[in-house]
Design a protein around this ligand. Structure first.
Ligand code: ASP
Length: 342
């Protein structure tokens, strides 16, 4: 690691910076100074570490596009001054933030590593120390003078994942994340072993930050017994621009007439319908079964192997682009930031 590396730590909140309120036994956000007290090792790094802390640390359940924009702006404003960025974030919605940032930060060529913890930093068994220290090391890592990870990634419990391929799957284990359809980018053991073929190649061009996001989107998760009144009322929501249809298996849905007509009506009203699977891994292949052929024929878009976090943030980003519905549908089926296999 070169000694001159400059890393910016952006502290947004989450368990990593929380303390237990002894009276109520609730975890409450605490002031960032807590981290320095708890991890004096941070001062020993052979690099320059600067910190920007949110004035009011957030539980990540309160995260929203406005705050993603704030993070993107901090990165944009400091992009030329720093070699890498580490974002401390609650684990609950970390995969949404990492997905959103991957779309917002076009031509990213420096590491943006999100991390957090399952146990507060103040607890003896905390997972936060290792996560933070290794995330910083990864953000500073160079190969042939260039950042090894020129993309948005999540580091958690010895593994580094592509940000827009990751999903929080466990609320109990330290190993809380997985990337079911994409290999890990690195594993930390005695050494940090980088999976170089899986890491995005740095792109030429100036960083371009996209701040326009449109959240007029809904998830519609199918289940046997879902009824017409509920589906129609969801599809008729005022201002709705896109629906993420969470289907069965490889993209299958009921073939009942009322259901098909409701979707056709929505598509006729220029609402985009994106099909992703409820399965934890695998991909949507519309047309493989009769129960998905109709979706394909009416113009439902297959979301391939995208996570739901990538799907919703990609839609927010594309809907914010002020381009035509046809163009958005085309781009939804293309990998823009390595979020889907093609
Ligand atoms: N509720 C916390 C959050 O997401 C959990 C965590 O940090 O792991 O902010």
């Amino acid at each position: 690691m070169a000694s001159q590396q400059q890393i910016l730590l952006i502290y947004t909140g989450g368990t990593i910076g929380m303390v237990e309120d002894y009276a109520s036994k609730q975890l409450l956000p605490f002031n960032f100074n807590h981290l320095y007290v708890q991890i004096p090792e941070l001062k020993k790094f052979d690099l320059k570490l600067s910190v920007v802390a949110f004035e009011k640390p957030l539980d990540s359940s309160n995260m929203n596009p406005g705050i993603w924009k704030k993070m993107a702006k901090i990165i944009e404003d400091n992009y030329s001054k720093y070699d890498g960025f580490v974002i401390l974030h609650g684990s609950d919605t970390m995969a949404y933030t990492s997905s959103a940032l991957s779309f917002m930060l076009e031509n990213l060529s420096k590491p943006v590593i999100l991390t957090g913890s399952q146990l507060p930093i103040g607890k003896i068994r905390t997972d936060g120390k290792e996560n933070l220290i290794t995330a910083i090391e990864i953000a500073a890592a160079l190969k042939d003078g260039k950042p090894i990870i020129p993309e948005v990634a999540i580091y958690f419990e010895y593994e580094l994942y592509r940000g827009n391929r990751t999903h929080k799957y466990n609320s109990e284990y330290f190993d809380a994340f997985e990337s079911p359809n994409y290999p890990v980018l690195a594993e930390a053991g005695v050494n940090i072993n980088y999976n170089l073929p899986a890491i995005k190649k740095a792109v030429a061009g100036k960083l371009k930050v996209h701040y326009d996001l449109d959240e007029n989107i809904v998830f519609l998760k199918l289940f046997p017994g879902i009824n017409e009144a509920i589906v129609s009322s969801i599809l008729g929501a005022p201002g709705l621009r896109a629906v993420i249809l969470e289907t069965f298996g490889s993209g299958n849905a009921p073939t009942e007439k009322w259901f098909i007509s409701a979707l056709e009506k929505a598509i006729g009203a220029k609402i985009i319908i994106l099909n992703i699977t409820q399965c934890n891994s695998g991909r949507v292949e519309q047309g493989r079964y009769e129960t998905s052929a109709q979706l394909k024929n009416m113009g439902v878009i297959g979301g391939g192997d995208m996570t739901s976090e990538a799907a919703v943030t990609k839609l927010m980003f594309l809907l914010g682009q002020k381009t035509s519905v046809g163009e958005i549908k085309k781009l939804l089926q293309k990998s823009l930031r390595g979020e889907m296999g093609e």
